[in-house]
Design a protein around this ligand. Structure first.
Ligand code: ATP
Ligand code: MG
Length: 267
């Protein structure tokens, strides 16, 4: 994809929206390689919009949610990371790195199962160093109740037996279904009021491209932390308050932009 200091020979490194354009480009390239579904482009756009009004940075409360998420994932007996096309197109390396550190397998779970997509996603993850990927053997999947979409099919050695499922960029229906069958859910979603955000046990309101490196950092830090301490972090965490804090971040950001835009508009 990108050349050394440009995106597609078109966007220079010093472009004010370089980072955002780079990720947009990764999503487009991912679609060309079947990794991302067409609807994934639109989902990314919705994410961009929320990131814009969150100030495109990881808030302090998102960092708190990340700590609680790592505590829960370490506390779990069978943690699983459920991945879709957008996540793999944006951050294959950090997904694999996190999976290895916290010892949680990656399971491919797609809404749109176009022919060749699973293979394309599998290849990207393998190229990024993944050794064991679940959800790839169609003949060996089981159904979870409460759901009618393709995503009801899960791996018997993964989500089926998982107690904690980490779902970066999830659909609300499935988050709800996972909750109804008794799983604890950790979600990453830039929209603090999506159904996913509201249903999850721990909602990290942040961009997945920033969240995963922060999760890796915290996972390394917590690696040998005693169970008691992890439990304390979990007990202290309040998802409702955390979502409210994200909404406040948006409100404050908009207020500031309103002032700043007013100054520019005056001239
Ligand atoms: P829900 O089904 O949970 O109510 P939705 O239907 O509005 O949500 P979906 O299309 O199901 O949205 O899922 C896309 C979600 O992923 C959106 O909420 C969007 O904000 C979020 N999203 C997109 N890109 C990113 C990203 N890079 N990091 C984090 N979240 C993202
Ligand atoms: Mg949805």
């Amino acid at each position: 994809m990108s050349l050394n200091n440009t995106i597609n020979d078109e966007v220079p490194l010093d472009h004010p929206r370089y980072e955002s354009l780079k990720h947009r480009h990764e999503i487009i390239e991912g679609m060309k390689k079947l990794i991302v579904a067409e609807a994934g482009l639109i989902a990314h756009g919705r994410g961009e919009c929320f990131d814009y009004i969150l100030g495109e940075s990881t808030s302090e409360n998102a960092k708190e949610a990340i700590k609680a998420a790592i505590a829960l994932l370490y506390h779990a007996k069978h943690p699983v990371i459920s991945v879709n096309g957008n996540t793999v197109a944006l951050c294959p390396k950090t997904l694999v790195e996190l999976s290895k550190i916290i010892n949680a397998p990656l399971e491919i779970n797609l809404f749109y199962r176009k022919e060749g997509r699973i293979e394309a996603i599998k290849k990207v993850l393998e190229d990024a160093g993944a050794e064991k990927i679940l959800g790839i053997d169609d003949t060996n999947m089981v159904e979870i109740g409460e759901l009618t979409s393709n995503r009801r099919n899960v791996d018997p050695n993964g989500i089926k037996i998982a107690d904690v499922v980490f779902v970066p960029l999830e659909d609300g229906d499935r988050t709800e279904a996972l909750k109804k069958i008794g799983k604890k859910v950790v979600a990453v979603d830039l929209n603090p009021i999506s159904r996913t955000s509201l249903w999850a046990d721990i909602t990290i309101v942040d961009n997945i491209v920033r969240t995963l490196p922060e999760m890796i950092k915290i996972a390394k830090k917590f690696k040998n932390t005693e169970e008691e301490k992890l439990k304390k972090i979990l007990d202290k965490f309040d998802n409702k308050k955390n979502i409210q804090a994200s909404l406040n971040t948006i409100i404050e950001y908009i207020k500031k932009q309103k002032k700043d835009a007013f100054k520019i508009l005056k001239n």
